[in-house]
Design a protein around this ligand. Sequence first.
Ligand SMILES: O=P(O)(O)OC[C@H]1O[C@H](OP(=O)(O)OP(=O)(O)O)[C@H](O)[C@@H]1O
Length: 305
Amino acid sequence: MSAVAIQCLAAARADAERLGGRLGIPVHQIAQHRFPDGEIAVTVGPAAPTTILYVPLDQPNEKLLTILFAAEALRRGGCTRLVLLAPYLSYMRQDAAFHPGEAISQKAVGRLLASVVDRVITVDAHLHRTASLGDVFPCIEADDLSAMPAIAASFRAHPLDPDTVVVGPDAESQQWVDALAKLIDRRSTVARKIRRGDRSVEVRFDDPSLIAGRPALLVDDIVSSGGTLIACSKALHAAGATWVDAVITHALFPTSMLRELAFAGLRSIRSTHTVPHFTNGIVLDDLFAETLRSEIGTITKETRA
Ligand SMILES: O=P(O)(O)OC[C@H]1O[C@H](OP(=O)(O)OP(=O)(O)O)[C@H](O)[C@@H]1O
């Protein structure tokens, strides 16, 4: 039996296989069965002492339960170190009680995952009012990786106009805008966003002269309802952008949204594969392999001792 292995869900199998290939470790698919009463049964592959659970947490509710059950089976099977690679980590946006009586989902999900795994690895976590991922997982290791170097590298294959302005829709996006603009050596600006509802947002630019007559590259962590991207694309065109493209880390929106995005003047959109999606095009395999190499190293030393 291998000392390190990956366990994944069917939807992430192709991504997990590529990662397993790079790290030289086996990949097992977790089987799920649904009973007539709605309960689920989870069956894991052979438990390795160090196991990497590869679970993108889009559509998260059942997946969270699956992680809980898989962890139970893996620990009982002899797994002593369980690493959750959740390229997209859900429930991070509900980081406060915005209305009386509302649950802070971020805290609850953090506690749940920390009770079953030893380390969480994710990408561009949405931590608007939380200082770091360590605050979500205070008692375990937590890595919040940046997709921006991989996004910047992808522009070697999609060269950008030298006049392009890197644009973010709100204050939270400043960190990603700054990182990407620096890496690709372009100017940048960030808008002000007012969220009025789940799908309704307003975006304003304090200084539209930064945008007028230039191509804009929109950068954000998440596209979910598409409301932010649509409002931002319209505002950019109103400010005189010559065209608008977007790169995002986590694509959560349905295919049907493409029409609306095109109507809003968005020319193209590309995403990383943190969530399997038809806009995927930016590959994070190197980032994941490098981050996980320490897990392989640790176990190799222990095995030799
Ligand atoms: O496609 P959409 O449905 O518009 O969602 C995507 C937007 O939502 C998030 O920010 P959010 O508005 O939650 O702001 P926050 O920083 O206040 O959490 C995210 O950073 C995107 O900008």
